[in-house]
Design a protein around this ligand. Sequence first.
Ligand SMILES: Nc1ncnc2c1ncn2[C@@H]1O[C@H](COP(=O)(O)OP(=O)(O)O)[C@@H](O)[C@H]1O
Ligand SMILES: [Mg+2]
Length: 245
Amino acid sequence: MNRWRRGPAPAAATGPDPGPFVMEFRGVGFTYPGPPPVTALGACELTVRRGEFLTVVGPSGSGKSTFLNLAGLLDVPTRGRYLLDGIDTGGLRERERAALRGRRIGFVFQSFHLLPHRSALENVGLALLYTGVPPAERRDRARAALERVGLGHRLHAPPGQLSGGERQRVAVARALVGRPSLLLCDEPTGNLDSASAAAVLSLLDGLHRAGMTVVVITHDPEVAARGGRTVTIRDGRLYERARPA
Ligand SMILES: Nc1ncnc2c1ncn2[C@@H]1O[C@H](COP(=O)(O)OP(=O)(O)O)[C@@H](O)[C@H]1O
Ligand SMILES: [Mg+2]
């Protein structure tokens, strides 16, 4: 991993210094090749500090999914540079990018993406399958992650026996179990009733208060207002307005 980092190697005793920024977009843009080519994201400047709770809001077609795919290392910018935890992702090969994604980013999607025939515990533990963590520790960490989202009493339930809000909390536990530096959520309350949505949002808020860096992408201004900081995306451009303290 160290060979991907900028600057001099950090002192071994203190471990790698992750730096103040989790995400840095330096003139990042993305153009779908077409034909005809569509520039879905212009040259964006954005930095997200460790521990921030950022929401990205915009109407349909504004570029939110494109932004998510770039931030989540699912797509490669067609211009500019993206640094994740200070690591310049530009020169990485596909496998290196996938490894970085797996280690540093936890995803939460609108539609949960849980395996239907596996328990909550198995769904969460499977996220550690290819990480080299031994099975017993995978189980312990999965249990701890589920306890952290308030589902310690539902470890063995399959998704079909859980409410929508509980399923999304399992998905959050799965995103957390690998100890990511960035929790990237795409419309995390889009499939939930308002009470479950409120519970998931307060869970994200609690994670943020515990130090997690959280980025939530949404079309819903009420969800966006939950962030400590909000960026608006319109026609592939990011706009930020200073909010009164
Ligand atoms: N695969 C694609 N090929 C060409 N254009 C695309 C593709 N995906 C999205 N777009 C266009 O890029 C713009 C942004 O889309 P998207 O990021 O999906 O917006 P949002 O998620 O905010 O609805 C839109 O104009 C959309 O039509
Ligand atoms: Mg979209």
